[in-house]
Design a protein around this ligand. Structure first.
Ligand code: PGA
Length: 266
């Protein structure tokens, strides 16, 4: 696939909030939803998704219209004796359209593997959810070839067996683990390389059209100061924002920046 055939101009920008285990009270969640909605309504041509803890999804489904509602995880079964689990159809029923799958914190603290990612993605896309699938290497200093091989394996194993017709429901997030807060951000040069690499792997699995329309996000210590650089020069279609998304001000600023920043062609 030639570089010129996979430029990103035709894909709509996407800004995703990942609140993680925040905020601690529903009132604060409502404030964040309200501000995200307002910023989303004011920014043209941007898809905004707010991935909130399960307990705030009902509030989110009331507050969000222009912005979309997302979850941070999902189980792979639709129903059954699985105490504590939440299935894809339950999320759909709450007006959830997106779900983050395979975040590095889920892999680290909850024992998720490429195999659980695969089961979750397959269940979620077949229920009509859009999956934001996270991949990324552990260390900045490691051998680049090994990092690439690690990411390749995450994608190939995590998405194996997903029917081609559902490829359009997948969004890839490149989140190098070392860059996630409290680490420091990656560089736009590296995210460009990795976005291209991820798109190539997707091409190999799902074909040209799917690779062309695939959105690749960057995540890891994104804030209102560095968002523009990643959006303009980072070769990505959007951002996955953790800590800066639990400040109404920062997240709104990032959405506004995304509405303004022009892309440099890769
Ligand atoms: P961060 O988190 O922006 O706080 O680094 C990003 C993420 O983990 O999705």
């Amino acid at each position: 696939m030639k570089r010129s055939t996979i430029h990103t101009d035709r894909r709509k920008r996407m800004i995703v909030a990942n609140w993680k285990l925040h905020p601690s009270a529903i009132e604060a969640a409502r404030v964040l939803f309200t501000h995200a909605e307002r910023a989303a309504a004011g920014a043209r041509g941007i898809d905004v998704v707010v991935c909130a803890p399960y307990v705030y999804l009902a509030a989110g489904s009331m507050e969000l219209q222009r912005a979309r509602l997302g979850a941070q995880d999902v189980f792979w079964e639709q129903a059954g004796a699985y105490t504590g689990a939440v299935g894809p159809r339950m999320l759909k029923g709450m007006r959830v359209s997106h779900v983050i799958i395979g975040h590095s914190e889920r892999r680290e603290h909850f024992g998720e593997t490429n195999e659980t990612v695969r089961k979750k993605v397959r269940a979620a896309v077949s229920a009509g959810l859009h999956c934001i699938v996270c991949v990324g290497e552990k260390s900045r200093e490691g051998d680049p070839a090994r990092s690439a091989a690690f990411v390749k394996e995450e994608i190939e194993e995590g998405l194996r067996g997903v029917p081609k017709k559902y490829a359009k429901r997948i969004i890839m997030a490149y989140e190098p683990i070392w860059a996630v807060s409290p680490g420091g951000p990656d560089t736009p040069e590296n995210s460009t390389e990795m976005a291209l690499f991820i798109r190539r792997i997707f091409y190999g699995m799902f074909g040209r059209e799917a690779a062309r329309s695939l959105k690749v996000l960057y995540g890891g210590s994104v804030n209102a100061k560095n968002a523009e650089a990643f959006l303009r020069e980072g070769g990505v279609d959007g951002l996955l924002v953790g800590h800066a998304s639990i400040s109404a001000r920062s997240f709104s600023d990032i959405i506004h920046i995304a509405g303004r920043a022009r892309r440099v062609r890769v």
